[in-house]
Design a protein around this ligand. Structure first.
Ligand code: NAD
Ligand code: DAU
Length: 333
């Protein structure tokens, strides 16, 4: 299969590309704007694979997209601004990429007659106290990030309804694993714990997330691409949920850091309390997650311990300024 993978230099996209090349022998073109979160280093081990190509461009660039899509059987769109805190501080890029960028990709896929899969998130449903969201649950997003992702989902659905585009939507729960940028909870806590820096817990730390290992999510996306029904949405949730403060305590145990690094800080404005996805629909297609949270978290801590060359340039660059703005204090080293 020949795939155009947009946003393939980011965390989930690069894991997906690696999996498609190793397990399916796909020819992959990655189109990525290389924002702060996108890094060509994430694709270092697939760069020389047969049929691999990299295009440095934004999905909102119609000409670049038209060139990159030539010959593709399907488009998988990971390209997004993905950090909720950044969407609260500066929403502009979220709106451009999710609204305009998704529109440009849909137009290109329609013209070429390519299958189209939009990678989306459980956050479009908002927060749920008990039980789990199904694909029929109403969309009630809370942040500029999730609202603009929900808008993109609606546009994708309209292209199936109106033009008959073979489109699919996969809504994932919180991913973790290798190559995740250390602004997100798990890699941030692992690296801070390894360095003896404070572990900033928002509010009371009682929020709940449904964790999925990135390899399971990537496999779920591939499964929906192959077996999903056009026009349908599939929730792809993880096997375990956990309270934030327990996640932080598990990381403390795995890294051997002292418990007194935990520091309760101001809560995120509009912070969703709990996410939970029901994934029966994708399970009925034959997918199920393989990695339980305990095992996956241990593997993830090991990966960050063993891959200093990957994260050292991040922790020494612009990231330090971001960290200072976000937490009102500097990183130790
Ligand atoms: P990420 O921030 O690690 O990577 C995003 C990638 O998109 C980067 O490579 C970046 O350079 C690229 N990008 C951003 N704007 C672009 C643009 N305009 N044109 C082209 N490329 C652009 O994100 P991630 O965590 O890998 O998330 C990937 C997708 O999965 C997103 O759509 C996100 O909403 C969704 N998702 C993420 C999670 C999660 O827990 N991380 C969970 C569910 C769904
Ligand atoms: O649910 C899927 C979503 O998961 C994706 O769509 C998003 O792209 C992804 O960023 C993630 O969103 P969250 O807001 O859930 O992830 P984050 O890692 O930012 O935070 C996880 C939880 O941890 C959340 O309740 C906020 C809290 N947190 C986060 C950070 C960075 C802290 O307590 N302290 C922190 O320093």
């Amino acid at each position: 299969m020949k795939l155009l993978v947009c946003g393939g230099a980011g965390f989930i996209g690069s894991n997906f590309v690696r999996q498609r090349i190793a397990e399916h022998g796909d020819a992959v073109t990655v189109l990525d704007k290389l924002t702060y979160a996108g890094r060509e280093e994430n694709l270092a081990d697939v760069r020389d694979a047969p049929g691999f190509a990299f295009v440095h461009a934004g999905i909102e660039d119609a000409d670049a997209v038209a060139d990159a899509i030539a010959g593709a059987d399907a488009v998988v769109n990971f390209a997004a601004e993905t950090h909720v805190d950044r969407s609260i501080a500066a929403p502009d890029a979220f709106i451009t990429t999710h609204a305009l960028g998704t529109f440009m990709l849909l137009e290109a896929a329609r013209e070429r007659g390519a299958r189209y899969l939009q990678v989306s998130t459980d956050e479009v449903y908002g927060s749920i106290e008990r039980g789990s969201f199904t694909e029929e649950s109403p969309l009630l997003p809370s942040s500029p990030y999730s609202a603009s992702k929900a808008g993109a989902d609606l546009l994708v659905a309209s292209y199936h309804h109106t033009y008959g585009l073979e489109s699919l939507i996969c809504r994932g729960s919180n991913n973790y694993g290798p190559y995740q940028y250390p602004e997100k909870l798990i890699p941030l806590m692992i690296l801070n714990a390894l360095h003896g820096d404070p572990l900033p817990v928002y509010g009371d730390g009682g929020q709940v997330r449904n964790w999925i290992h990135v390899e399971d999510f990537a496999r779920g996306i591939g499964h929906v691409l192959a077996h999903g029904a056009p026009g349908e949405t599939y929730n792809v949730g993880g096997p375990d949920e956990a309270v934030n403060i327990d996640v932080v305590r598990r990381i403390i145990a795995l890294t051997g850091a002292p418990e007194d690094l935990i520091e309760y800080v101001a809560d995120r404005p509009g912070h969703d309390r709990r996410y939970s996805l029901g994934s029966e629909k994708v399970r009925a297609l034959g997918w199920e997650p393989r990695v339980r949270f305990d095992e996956g978290l241990e593997r993830t801590v090991e990966w960050y311990r063993d891959n200093r060359d990957w994260w050292a340039p991040i922790r020494s660059g612009d990231y330090r300024a971001y960290y200072e703005r976000q937490y009102g204090r500097s990183l130790g080293r």
